[in-house]
Ligand binder design. Structure first.
Ligand SMILES: *[C@@H]1O[C@H](CO)[C@@H](O)[C@H](O)[C@H]1NC(C)=O
Length: 420
C-alpha cells in the first residue's frame, strides 16, 4: 500500500530498514521468550500481604516529623505513559525509593516491561512467585490484574496525561522512524501530510502503529482503534477512574506534584525536580488550529480521556483550595530555582552535544539529537553532589545505577547511534 505512493528509497533509508526491523524483531522475540516461559509455570496466588507495607511505614515514621498527621505512603503504582513528562516523575520516585530503601519492581534487560506486550509480573527482574514490592513505575502496557499481584492492597495508583494533540505531535516526532507506516509519507511536513488523510497511511495491524493513534488508550491496555461513537471509550475511562487515585496533568505539572505530595503525605523536598527528557523548542512543530482539530478527531479516545481527567483534576485543586495551591506552587518554584542554582551549570538545560558527562546524556530518538539535558556545576559543593547528580540523571542511567542490566536497550542504542 504505502510503498507505491511515490516512495523514494534513499540510500540511508535502505540501510536503515533492515536494522530497524532486525532490532525490533529481536526485541519481540526476546519478549515472546519470557511470555512462553510464564505460561508453563503454575499460577501462583495472589495479592501481597499488607504486613510488608506496615514494616515500611514503621521505618518511615521514625524519620518523619512527629507533628505530621499522616505517614508517608510508600506503596505506589505509577503508570508511566509515553511523552507526558513522566520521566521527571520517575526520577522523583526513584529518589524517594532509594532514600527510604523501598523495593522497586524493575524491568529486566531493557527499560520497560516488554512494551508493547501487556504487563505480566514475570517480566519483573528476578521475580519469584509471591514476591511483593513497594513501587512499580517503568513503562508498561497497563494490566491491572498483574500489577495488583505485586503490590500490597493499600498501594496508591497514579498516572499522568497530557493534551492528546501535543502528545500526538510529540510521539510522531519521537517515534516516526520506528513506525514503518510513516516511511512512505512524502513532503516536507510529514505530520501535516498524515493528518490531512490519516486513513491513507494508517493500518491498525501494522508494526508499531499504536504510536500514531490514541497512544494513551493503548498504554492503558485498551483498544486504541475504537470509533468516535463507541461506548467502550467511556467504559474504559470509567474503569480507569475506579483504579487510579490521582491522575496528573502534564500541562499543570507543578499543581500535579502538589496534589501528589498531598495524597502521598510527602514533603516538599521529595518532589523537587528538574525537567527531564524535554525536547528543544525548535524541534517542536506547533500545529495550527485546523490541524489541531484534525489531530483531536484522529485521537478521539485520548481526547475524551484527557477531558474527563482534566475536569476531575480541577475538582481536586478546588478541594485542596485554590489559594493554598497557589502558595504551594510558588514555594515549589522557589525551591526548584534554588536547586537549579546549586546543581546546574549555567542554570539551565543544554543541547545534547553540550552535555559533557555521558552519565547525564539523555536517550535520543532515532536519527536525532533533540532531547535536552544538563551539566552538573563544576564547582559544586560536595555536600550537594550526590543529590544533584541523582536529580540530573536520565532514566536509562538511573536504572543502570539501580542494578538493571540494560543490554537490550544498550544494543539498540548502539545500533541507532552508529547507523543513523
Ligand atoms: C482543563 O480544565 C481547565 C480548568 O477547568 C480549563 O481551563 C481547560 O480549558 C481544560 N482543558 C481542556 C483541554 O479541557
Amino acid at each position: 500500500m504505502l510503498w507505491n505512493k511515490g516512495f523514494k528509497c534513499t540510500a540511508v533509508v535502505r540501510r536503515l530498514i533492515p536494522w530497524v526491523l532486525m532490532t525490533n524483531i529481536m526485541l519481540v522475540l526476546y519478549c515472546l521468550k519470557t511470555t512462553n516461559h510464564v505460561n508453563i509455570r503454575p499460577t501462583q496466588e495472589e495479592t501481597c500481604p499488607l504486613s510488608m507495607a506496615k514494616t515500611n511505614h514503621a521505618i518511615l515514621s521514625e524519620s518523619s516529623k512527629p507533628k505530621q498527621k499522616c505517614s508517608p505512603k510508600v506503596n505506589i503504582m505509577f503508570m508511566k505513559t509515553h511523552k507526558t513528562a513522566s520521566s521527571t516523575i520517575l526520577n522523583i520516585l526513584f529518589r524517594f525509593g532509594e532514600k527510604h530503601k523501598l523495593k522497586f519492581a524493575l524491568p529486566d534487560r531493557r527499560n520497560d516491561f516488554c512494551y508493547p506486550q501487556p504487563f505480566l509480573r514475570f517480566q519483573v527482574k528476578d521475580y519469584k512467585p509471591g514476591q511483593c514490592f513497594n513501587i512499580v513505575c517503568n513503562h508498561m502496557r497497563f494490566n491491572h490484574q498483574e500489577v495488583a499481584k505485586l503490590l500490597p492492597p493499600d498501594a496508591v495508583y497514579v498516572t499522568i496525561l497530557r493534551d492528546p494533540v501535543d502528545l500526538f505531535e510529540s510521539a510522531f516526532h519521537y517515534y516516526h522512524r520506528a513506525v514503518p507506516l510513516t516511511w512512505g509519507i512524502s513532503g516536507k511536513n510529514k505530520l501535516t501530510e498524515f493528518l490531512n488523510n490519516p486513513e491513507a497511511f494508517y493500518s491498525p495491524e501494522a508494526f508499531n502503529s499504536f504510536y500514531l493513534k490514541n497512544l494513551l488508550f493503548f498504554d492503558f491496555g485498551f483498544n486504541n482503534n475504537l470509533g468516535v461513537n463507541d461506548p467502550r471509550i467511556m467504559e474504559a475511562i470509567h474503569s480507569l477512574s475506579q483504579r487510579f487515585h490521582l491522575v496528573l496533568i502534564a500541562e499543570y505539572f507543578e499543581e500535579s506534584l502538589i496534589l501528589l505530595k498531598d495524597l502521598l503525605c510527602w514533603s516538599m523536598e521529595d518532589i523537587l525536580y528538574f525537567k527531564l527528557n524535554a525536547r528543544r523548542t525548535s524541534s517542536v512543530n506547533h500545529l495550527d488550529p485546523e490541524m489541531r482539530v484534525k489531530a483531536l478527531q484522529w485521537n478521539w479516545a485520548d481526547w475524551k480521556l484527557y477531558e474527563h481527567f482534566n475536569a476531575t483534576f480541577w475538582q481536586k485543586v478546588e478541594a485542596y483550595g485554590r489559594e493554598r495551591m497557589e502558595q504551594d506552587v510558588k514555594e515549589l518554584r522557589r525551591r526548584n530555582a534554588e536547586m537549579r542554582a546549586i546543581c546546574v551549570d549555567g542554570g539551565d538545560a543544554v543541547e545534547a552535544q553540550k552535555i559533557k558527562d555521558t552519565c547525564f546524556r539523555p536517550w535520543q530518538p532515532v536519527g536525532e539529537k533533540s532531547i535536552m539535558g544538563y551539566n552538573l556545576r563544576k564547582d559544586i559543593d560536595p555536600k550537594w553532589k550526590t543529590i544533584c547528580g541523582k536529580m540530573l540523571t536520565p532514566e536509562i542511567q538511573y536504572l543502570s545505577d539501580m542494578g538493571v542490566n540494560l543490554w537490550v536497550t544498550r544494543l539498540w542504542g548502539w545500533l541507532k547511534d552508529s547507523i543513523f
